[in-house]
Write a protein that binds this ligand. Structure first.
Ligand code: FE
Length: 179
């Protein structure tokens, strides 16, 4: 009888240990990390991290002012406002692809404008209440760099205008995309 209780207790202990090890498995923790990377929470850290010192080393002063300090460049007198070449626009901070020339249009605003990003997951929307206005800020989903704002006066099919700062992006011509 004592042997039966001992074996029963042993089995229960083994079962508890087995389940507790499954719940703490590195695989599950890894999946949790991965899901948070796909949908960055603006309250949390973005996946691509640099210290302020490192950002200042890799960005020009203009890029730093816009991407890291939410600056805005002068309308019309910026690099990509009039650009009509085919290619991709990537984040000047981390290199993540953001916009395609296929979705760029002439908005008349003086800043490069797109009616959609390449994919919604590449940018994050944040509420911006600066300058006595309520606007929707757009940041890179990988590094959190400020890119511009989105407005609802764009063309069909989305009706959106992603109004971007040229200095927050780098343009890669179509012929150089796969190099
Ligand atoms: Fe970025």
């Amino acid at each position: 009888m004592k042997l039966a209780i001992f074996i029963g207790s042993l089995l229960a202990l083994v079962t508890i240990l087995a389940f507790s090890s499954v719940n703490n498995s590195p695989v599950e923790n890894h999946i949790d990390d991965h899901s948070s990377h796909q949908q960055p929470d603006p309250e949390k850290k973005f996946p691509y991290q640099k210290t302020e010192k490192e950002w200042k080393e890799i960005l020009t002063s203009k890029e730093y002012r816009i991407l890291r300090n939410k600056g805005t460049e002068v309308p019309f007198f910026n690099e990509y406002n009039d650009l009509k070449d085919e290619g991709l626009y990537v984040c000047a901070g981390c290199g993540q692809k953001l916009y395609s020339s296929d979705h760029k249009y002439e908005s008349g605003s003086g800043w490069p404008s797109f009616w959609k990003p390449i994919s919604d997951s590449l940018v994050v929307e944040l509420e911006d209440n600066s300058y006595f206005m309520t606007r929707t800020e757009i940041v890179c989903s990988n590094c959190g760099g400020h890119l511009g704002h989105v407005f609802d006066d764009g063309p069909e099919p989305t009706g959106l205008r992603y109004c971007m700062n040229s200095a927050a992006m780098n343009f890669i011509p179509k012929e150089d995309i796969n190099k």
